[in-house]
Design a protein around this ligand. Sequence first.
Ligand code: PEP
Ligand code: MN
Length: 370
Amino acid sequence: MILILQPDTDQKSDVFQSLIAVLARFDGIRYRVHEERGMQQKLTEVYLIGDTSALQIEEMGALPGVERVVRVSTEYRILGRHKDDQRATYFEYNGVRFGQDNLTILPGLCAVDTKEHVEAMMRACREHRLVCTRMGAYKPRTSPYSFQGHGKACLPYVFELAGKYGIKVVAMEVTCEAHVEEICQALRTSGDATGVMLQIGTRNTQNFELLKSVGRQREFPVLFKRGFGITLEESLNAAEYLASEGNRNVVFALRGVQTEKGAPHRNLVDFSHVPVVKRLTRMPVCIDPSHSVGSRDRAPDGLLDVFHVTAQGIIAGANLVLADFHPVPEVALVDGAQALRLEELPHYLEDIHTTREAYQKRLALGGAAG
Ligand code: PEP
Ligand code: MN
């Protein structure tokens, strides 16, 4: 059960203290307070943990300072959507809104290789008024002999160039706590030239200690990839680890699931789960068509499979698109085979725009209002 307090409730106030005094008397029920500072107001939620079945919504709603009460179903307490749940389905970070009702495109390098390529990519983003990109610095690779990413060595120029080209959010995978510290330090040194969204890769979906440490920090939002070989429910539970530690600014990314039945694609595309994740949780949903398809194969109609698959996610209401681009895919050190070329960016964006409009028309026909 979640008690949502009146906005701007001060934890030192008499109202809050009397509420806590009542909660402390409940047998076998613990409480946990979560505070979220928005642009306009401070929101406080109190989570009641334990057997709350005997508690009545009306009685709890009448406690001091309580505005609303949400009875949570068993799973995904914080990130989930529950009955009569009006909690936010968006968050803002560094001036960018990530929500279940809007769309943000993050084209970028799977892995940072040279400063020149980073600059070319960011220049292309600015030309198209895009303020988010992906830039892999730490690359978890299948083989220990493959390029592992430039790590912290590339952060200074990545952040400096991001600032130069007006990039507000750089999505970047981390695989351990030290990476988060390195990113934090490099950002400070750059004068906070940009913002970072920490990516949890599919190989780390159930790395619970990593999730706990990334969840404990609340500076950076998280782009969380579904696990490639586990159920959707298991992946959503794993995402909840981030929120249960305090960080609820989480985007859930679909990137396909691994099965030989996915062939000829690298992974079996799972973008039909976009509306499912939006129904079960309050997280904005990202699609990663590049790691799903894994190639530049083209259909007889002339469109790349990556384009087709992106459209499948967008038409179903996806909120973010994470896509591999590269100025010269032939020399990319990671995943060049699936990267789109910078010259393809205008076409890609136009295709996404067209499909998003179609999605909005579908809503008007009988979606949210119907
Ligand atoms: C990536 O986005 O660079 C990546 C490695 O993706 P995934 O974790 O989905 O394989
Ligand atoms: Mn990749």
